[in-house]
Ligand binder design. Structure first.
Ligand code: BG6
Length: 490
């Protein structure tokens, strides 16, 4: 869908996120002809660049971050013309005024409809103040619409998130704030709703009468990379669980919305978090396992342990893996465990949701070992996108030997637009369905805070796992009842 005219003001324009994700996403939108004449990007950060110098920098980085690189052709040149750069310091209100003057000039040159999008892709400690300076400098005062897109982390716990939210709200309305969770931009995360609510065969079975358990895994092979200064404070709990993992739980567990409207969908997601059982310290010990990677091997390559990584404090207790058993205490899900696990330095990069259906009340048929495997619905989010159903059928040529078969639909994820392209597009058209609302963030922190406290008082053991393993043994022990294992991830 064609995008409205606007100026896209990018804070942190020289940073990793801008180069890795945002410019490539905007370039794709431009290449597909979706952006109108009145669309300009004004980047800002501390480093001094001219417009030309900055455009060259973006062009260079695109060679690494757009698959196959990009040619120096008319498409690039017309995109480059849209890019501007104004050096500035986000803690100086004068620099905001200067930026304002520049943007007003850009707005005179092309018709941007007075619309302004502000994207905060800089260090999170500047988020609150930046919002206030946007207001104070007059930048947020415009005759068209204004919106603020904000990256994670949204606070460090409930208290700091609430304080940040208050700062943002003193300059922007809730409807103008787009909190990014890039998992919500993934094709198959968005598809969960469609699979559930467009197929009459799933919805009648989607509850505790028919579903035995749900497992959600998001495994990564990378380690902490060069992000120790951030990760040491976050750990996997704040980095992945508070946002991405809980989002997948919500999408899997939510009730059908009354209609396909942003607030109706978000209301149903929030209700899941309201029903999510919160743990105290004792319950954390029983239901949550944390771990930290040691040296090991990934794809035949030796890799160092977390404590040997650059920037990690000696004896650091930061968790790089977490598994948990969650319960959603409502009518639909009472008694059904939702197992989640995510970690760095695991054997493969993969994100999958496995829904395991209950066994037959009585088995008439068996496989070769005298058992009968359950039916599974697997939603594959990354690196392959698709789904499969595991069913039992008779092995041809035998009397009654049952074998599991998979009915599968999959495609490589690089066929779909990148999450950031989708989310930028949505924010630009003003659709906040796949962004997180404040009450969602708030409830997610209320669930996470007691776990963080339990971790901090070190009564919850920090298990070790070798790089290249599926986390510590304790994570496997967490999965009780049928089948007593984590389903393999493909
Ligand atoms: C980010 C985390 O939000 O998500 C990273 O900060 C993590 O630590 C990444 O690697 C995983 O995202 P994806 O899309 O690669 O699964």
């Amino acid at each position: 869908r064609q995008l409205p005219p606007h100026v896209f003001v990018l804070f942190g324009a020289t940073g990793d996120l801008a180069h890795r994700k945002l410019f490539p996403a905007m370039y794709q939108l431009h290449r597909k002809g979706l952006v109108p004449d009145g669309f300009s990007v004004v980047g800002t950060a501390r480093t001094k660049y001219t417009n030309e110098g900055f455009r060259d920098e973006v062009f260079q980085s695109m060679q690494s971050f757009v698959k196959g690189g990009i040619p120096n052709d008319d498409v690039w040149r017309s995109f480059a013309e849209r890019i501007h750069y104004v050096p500035g310091n986000v803690d100086k209100v004068e620099d905001f005024r200067n930026l304002h003057d520049y943007i007003s000039q850009v707005e005179e040159e092309r018709d941007h409809g007075g619309n302004r999008m502000f994207y905060l892709a800089m260090a999170p400690r500047f988020f609150g103040e930046t919002a206030l300076f946007l207001k104070e400098s007059g930048l947020a005062d415009t005759k068209g619409w204004r919106r603020l897109i904000i990256e994670k982390p949204f606070g460090h716990n409930h208290e700091s998130a609430a304080a940040l939210n208050e700062q943002l709200r003193s300059a922007f309305e809730e409807e103008e704030i787009y909190r990014i969770d890039h998992y919500l931009g993934k094709e198959m995360v968005q598809n969960i709703e469609v699979i559930r609510f467009a197929n009459s065969m799933f919805e009648p079975l989607w509850d505790n009468r028919s579903i035995a358990s749900v497992q959600i895994t998001s495994s990564e092979t990378v380690g902490v990379e060069d992000r120790a200064s951030y990760y040491e404070k976050a750990g996997v709990l704040r980095d992945m669980i508070q946002n991405h993992m809980l989002q997948m739980v919500m999408m899997t567990a939510m009730e059908p919305p009354s209609r396909l409207r942003t607030e109706a969908i978000r209301d149903e997601k929030v209700k899941v978090l309201r029903s999510l059982r919160r743990y105290d310290i004792e319950e954390v010990k029983k239901n949550v396992v944390r771990g930290q990677y040691r040296a090991g091997e990934i794809n035949g390559q030796a890799v160092p342990g977390y404590l040997e990584e650059k920037g990690v404090a000696p004896g650091s207790k930061t968790e790089t893996f977490m598994a948990a058993r969650l319960f959603i205490d409502n009518f639909r899900w009472a008694g059904v465990p939702f197992y989640i696990r995510t970690g760095k330095r695991m054997p493969v990069k993969s994100t999958e949701i496995v829904v395991q259906f209950r066994n037959m009340p009585k088995h008439l048929f068996f496989n070769q070992d005298g058992n009968l495997g359950p039916n599974l619905l697997v939603i594959r989010i990354n690196p392959v996108e698709g789904m499969y159903m595991q069913l039992n059928v008779k092995r041809p040529g035998t009397d009654n030997v049952v074998v599991p078969i998979a009915m599968e639909f999959s495609q490589p994820s690089d066929k779909s637009p990148e999450a950031y392209e989708r989310l930028l597009h949505d924010a630009m058209i003003g659709d906040s369905t796949f962004f997180t609302r404040w009450d969602e963030v708030s409830l997610a922190w209320k669930f996470v805070d007691p776990i963080a406290e339990a971790f901090a008082d070190s009564s919850t053991p920090l298990h070790e796992y070798a790089s290249g393993e599926w986390g510590p043994q304790a994570a496997t022990d967490l999965v009780q009842g049928e089948p007593g294992i984590w389903w393999p991830v493909y």
